[in-house]
Write a protein that binds this ligand. Structure first.
Ligand code: OAD
Length: 236
């Protein structure tokens, strides 16, 4: 069933960071003040009230800065060390996979620890919490800086998406951890893998639209089930 000599691809969502204390988007705790992420993570919201959008991201950066990668993140980093052909595709912007030691990561939705200028090509890592001023200004042209993340309605960077699509198409195994499988194009990646003959393993504390297409559904928390599953697969 599972052949680890073939390419292994993992797709993660906010659920893998839940046990680290990072709020998911659609579960309980996904609200900030009375807003959902979909109200604020948009170009329109930023145009009309950049300070409010930055206050939302400042809150998320503050929460995430106090979080540590959990055993699910570190298990994926170990898998990468053991496997000849491993690709991690994440929808998360929290940077916890990087801190856990994962290396070959395709970040579909960007990185909350990077900022980019809306008026020039300035783009940099800025991990200061709190930021000195909201909204932050560009040190090069004094333009408005924005979080370097993908907002609703925005296109994903072509190269990242193409690499993710290609990785899914050649996968022998796709492990999908902690995503509601509702947001495109990420939600299509497991179906691309399945169409090309991959075994689909879904790990989620709930059922999702992907569940009917999964060969194996591990029902429960990533922190508990991912290490267990990886040990069982290794021992054959
Ligand atoms: P969601 O909040 O939509 O879904 C989180 C998923 O994780 C749900 O299916 C939960 O059942 C599951 N879950 C929660 N805790 C878990 C745990 N401890 N172990 C395993 N599973 C758990 O987050 P995403 O699917 O990542 O987009 O959302 C996708 C995108 O929608 C995000 O990247 C973001 C959001 O808008 C952008 O920011 C562009």
């Amino acid at each position: 069933m599972i052949d680890l000599t073939r390419p292994v691809v993992v797709l993660t969502g906010a659920g893998i960071s839940a046990e680290s204390g990072v709020p998911t988007f659609r579960g309980a705790g996904g609200l900030w003040r009375s807003y959902r992420a979909s109200d604020l993570a948009t170009p329109q919201a930023f145009r009309s009230d950049p300070r409010l959008v930055w206050e939302f991201y400042e809150w998320r950066r503050e929460v995430i800065s106090a979080c540590q990668p959990n055993v699910a993140h570190t298990t994926l980093a170990m898998m990468e060390q053991c496997l000849a052909d491993f690709t991690l595709i994440t929808q998360n912007v929290d940077g916890l996979h990087q801190r856990a030691g994962s290396l070959n990561i395709l970040t579909l939705h960007g990185d909350i620890w990077r900022v980019r200028c809306t008026a020039c090509a300035y783009n940099a890592v800025d991990t200061r919490v709190p930021l000195p001023e909201l909204p932050p200004r560009c040190p090069t042209c004094d333009g408005l800086l924005r979080p370097d993340v993908i907002w609703f309605g925005e296109q994903l960077p072509g190269t990242v998406l193409e690499k993710a699509w290609m990785a899914a198409a050649r996968a022998g195994l796709m492990l999908v951890v902690g995503t509601s499988a509702l947001v495109q194009p990420a939600a299509s990646l497991p179906l691309v893998a399945r169409r090309n003959g991959a075994v689909i393993v879904e790990l989620n504390s709930e059922q999702t639209p992907l569940t009917p297409f999964a060969d194996i559904h591990l029902h429960g928390s990533a922190g508990e089930h991912l290490p267990q599953w990886w040990r069982s697969v290794q021992s054959g």
